[in-house]
Design a protein around this ligand. Structure first.
Ligand SMILES: Nc1ncnc2c1ncn2[C@@H]1O[C@H](COP(=O)(O)OP(=O)(O)O)[C@@H](O)[C@H]1O
Ligand SMILES: [Mg+2]
Length: 273
């Protein structure tokens, strides 16, 4: 079961809304369902997948960028056998890397991603060059929001840049850390009505993850929530989300994930980004 990875980036306008929580737990749930999963920690400013999972990588993306290692040599293994590409904190932004370096890195990612069913990319927040780059390179973008007004306005700003400057026309939205379904729907509708009115893009509602103290507790224990508190409300919601996404898996494979990934990168490079 491999060949063309389905590439999903997890992103947000505002920080601290639950991107890493979502990526890590989705990865573990997909692995449990028998899929091979590669998780790229692309939050280059604030790498934290390894911290969240209590891993101590000897090497990071930094070693790849500086030519000391190839990607295969820096992979770390996580819960349920997921593979992780750890990012070094404080690495130069991808946006400031020259085209040649970026191409080498992306070629390596593409090569290795062929060995997996899923490539999940945990990006940083905001509209920095690296975020835009990873999002436009992936074939599906999940924007994580919560019900705070700033998370909505920042998500709107991100969607605007990705649609107007990078031609992205569809996004999935996950509402995290909310009290109930009603709050989640209100938050989604708020974002959706602004987007429908001013941008020509389509938002798909992926549902919500409830606010759950077990999420922070899992971070304190440096374990994935779905591992340590599998029956907590948020863990159950992540498991359901993984099932929902994975149910679409076969359709999407026909369209092809990674080929698209690389094609996008070539176009981006051609535009000098
Ligand atoms: N559904 C949730 N309920 C309660 N706390 C959550 C939830 N999701 C995330 N958190 C907490 O919010 C904080 C930020 O989450 P994180 O995934 O690191 O966000 P990001 O990667 O977007 O910066 C963490 O301490 C995490 O435990
Ligand atoms: Mg994060």
């Amino acid at each position: 079961m491999n060949g063309i990875a389905r590439v999903i980036s997890v992103t947000s306008g505002k920080g601290g809304v639950g991107k890493t929580t979502m990526t890590v737990n989705l990865a573990v749930c997909l692995a449990r369902a028998g899929k091979s999963v590669l998780l790229l920690d692309a939050d280059l400013g604030l790498a934290n997948v390894d911290v969240m999972l209590g891993l101590a990588p000897h090497h990071t993306l930094n070693d790849v960028l500086e030519g000391r290692k190839n990607l295969g040599e820096i992979l770390v293994s996580g819960p349920e056998g997921i593979s992780i590409i750890p990012a070094a904190s404080g690495v130069e932004e991808m946006g400031s890397l020259d085209t040649a370096k970026r191409m080498i890195l992306m070629q390596e990612i593409e090569e290795i991603a062929h060995k997996f069913d899923y490539l999940l990319i945990d990006t940083s927040a905001g509209i920095g060059a690296d975020v835009l780059y990873f999002n436009s390179a992936s074939s599906e973008i999940v924007v994580v929001i919560n019900d705070e007004p700033t998370s909505l306005t920042d998500a709107y700003a991100l969607i605007k840049v990705l649609s107007q400057n990078y031609g992205e026309k569809s996004f999935s939205v996950l509402v995290n850390e909310v009290a109930d379904a009603k709050t989640a729907i209100t938050a989604f509708n708020r974002l959706n009505s602004a987007v429908e009115r001013f941008l020509h893009v389509e938002l798909r509602n992926l549902g919500f993850i409830p606010q759950d103290s077990a999420a922070a507790e899992a971070v304190r224990n440096q374990k994935a929530l779905v591992e340590i508190y599998p029956s907590s409300p948020a863990a159950l919601a992540f498991a359901a989300l993984a099932r929902k996404l994975d149910a679409e898996f076969y359709d999407l494979r026909v369209k092809g994930g990674m080929q698209f990934f690389f094609k996008q990168l070539l176009e981006l490079s051609a535009h000098g980004n």
